[in-house]
Design a protein around this ligand. Sequence first.
Ligand SMILES: Nc1ncnc2c1ncn2[C@@H]1O[C@H](COP(=O)(O)OP(=O)(O)OP(=O)(O)O)[C@@H](O)[C@H]1O
Length: 218
Amino acid sequence: MVLRLEEVTKSYSTSEGPLPVLRGVSLALEAGSSMALTGESGSGKSTLLHLAGGLDSADGGRIIIGDQDASALDDRGRAALRRHTVGLIFQQFNLIPSLDVAANLAFHARLAGRHDPYWVRSLAARLGLEPVLNRFPEQLSGGQQQRVAIGRTIAARPKLVLADEPTGNLDEATGETVMDVLLSLVRESGAALLMVTHSPRLAERLDRRVHLRGGRLA
Ligand SMILES: Nc1ncnc2c1ncn2[C@@H]1O[C@H](COP(=O)(O)OP(=O)(O)OP(=O)(O)O)[C@@H](O)[C@H]1O
């Protein structure tokens, strides 16, 4: 099992008092499998993704990422877990402006101690990034930046890939192509994928679908 959530709860404190967002969420994701997470705006999808990535801590329940109990780790422990096990593809690409595309693609893999130039080259080709390898992020279109963000994550061969609308900035045709590449790369590398999407059509393409409503999964 790559990710397991057991009865996870999470509230935020607001000026009007605590706002319960997750009221007992359980899920399990095996290596090589994919799950789509849908839910209305404000239902807690990003909150769930952040907890699953060890970016934040839950109030209750257990979160097992890889073979580690994230609920038992402090901030430093969770940072190390993220670096070695988790790949995040969020809407803000967070590319490094001073590095060209080739160096951005290799960056996380280097941090995780898993840089493989052949794998990076193959990813660049499949994501259509070869012509822009020597450009800097500010010289790329939004869609190209999104593809670099995806390639950079997969390059590090994370066991768990968490994605928030990873094709949200792309036109439909490019989005489909990038989704094809993302799904095949996730399968090939044996990773597990948890992906937030508003699109039922994209959700259909994943192995399983769960819907967040009222702080619980259905
Ligand atoms: N740091 C925070 N402090 C207080 N409330 C928060 C915080 N982060 C999120 N919330 C609230 O928690 C609820 C869930 O937010 P979350 O971002 O997880 O929803 P979401 O399903 O990802 O929404 P969207 O689809 O609009 O991105 C919302 O009501 C939001 O306003």
